[in-house]
Ligand binder design. Structure first.
Ligand code: SAH
Length: 218
């Protein structure tokens, strides 16, 4: 990753290190995930006017009515996805500003990420190129049913909430693969779906709040 983007003051590496200390205090234990969170300059993924709040544990607007998830949720989902193991091919649905994709690029061999809103997709592409992150393939597409290109995946992360667990997405998981996603409308919960030789195992994790999965491209 290109480090000429190191910030100063509220966007400095020290501020980022404090965010990582906070994640540790919030019970994120996977050192590989913590190192990834420490290496990605989160302030570059939000509007300049919000850069000073980039390392607070809050979600922030990224335009078009969408949000970048709070650091804790990004770390937590990545930790659950990784399960302490190096990841091969991973799919993210909902690139948004590209932050989660950048974190995934540090813990997976190959990342695919789809976004339905064209300007967000284009902005993420530009930023990841500037950061010299080369193992992320970005696509402007409706990821409701996943992405045929690259499937099956060892891991799938959804950054937007579907009303119910999607059979189509589950079908894109490789045997031994894990999927972490928010499910629900008013009330949402994070789910872990594991694909085994015999089928799927679903585990409900904590309550969360995500923007909705929407159909079609914009
Ligand atoms: N991971 C992102 C979070 C973005 S918010 C980040 O780090 O910034 C969730 C994103 O999912 C939004 O940008 C939204 O446009 C996108 N989204 C919603 N429905 C989608 C769909 N069907 N296909 C692809 N992207 C979708």
């Amino acid at each position: 990753m290109n480090l000429q983007h190191a910030g100063i003051g509220m966007t400095s590496p020290r501020t980022r290190a404090r965010m990582v200390d906070r994640l540790r205090a919030q019970a994120i234990r996977d050192e590989t995930v913590l190192a990834a969170m420490n290496s990605v300059p989160r302030h570059l993924f939000v509007d300049e006017a919000l850069a000073g709040r980039a390392y607070d544990d809050v979600s922030l607007p990224i335009n078009y009515g969408q949000t970048i998830s709070q650091p804790y949720i990004v770390a937590r989902m990545t930790e659950v996805l990784r399960n302490g193991k190096q990841l091969g091919k991973v799919l993210e649905v909902g690139t948004g500003c590209g932050y989660q994709a950048a974190v995934l690029s540090q813990v997976a061999q190959q990342v695919y990420s789809v976004e339905r809103i064209l300007p967000l997709h284009e902005r993420a592409r530009k930023l990841l190129r500037e950061l010299k992150i080369r193992n992320v393939v970005l696509r402007h597409a409706d990821g409701t049913s996943g992405l045929t290109e690259g499937a099956p995946f060892d891991g799938i992360i959804m950054a937007c909430a579907a009303p119910a667990l999607s059979e189509a997405l589950k079908g894109q998981l490789a045997v031994g693969g894990r999927m972490v996603l928010p499910v629900g409308t008013q009330e949402q919960f994070l789910y872990l779906v594991e694909r085994t030789e015999n089928g799927f195992k679903e585990t409900r994790l904590e309550a969360v709040k995500f923007v909705p999965l929407l159909a079609g491209m914009a």
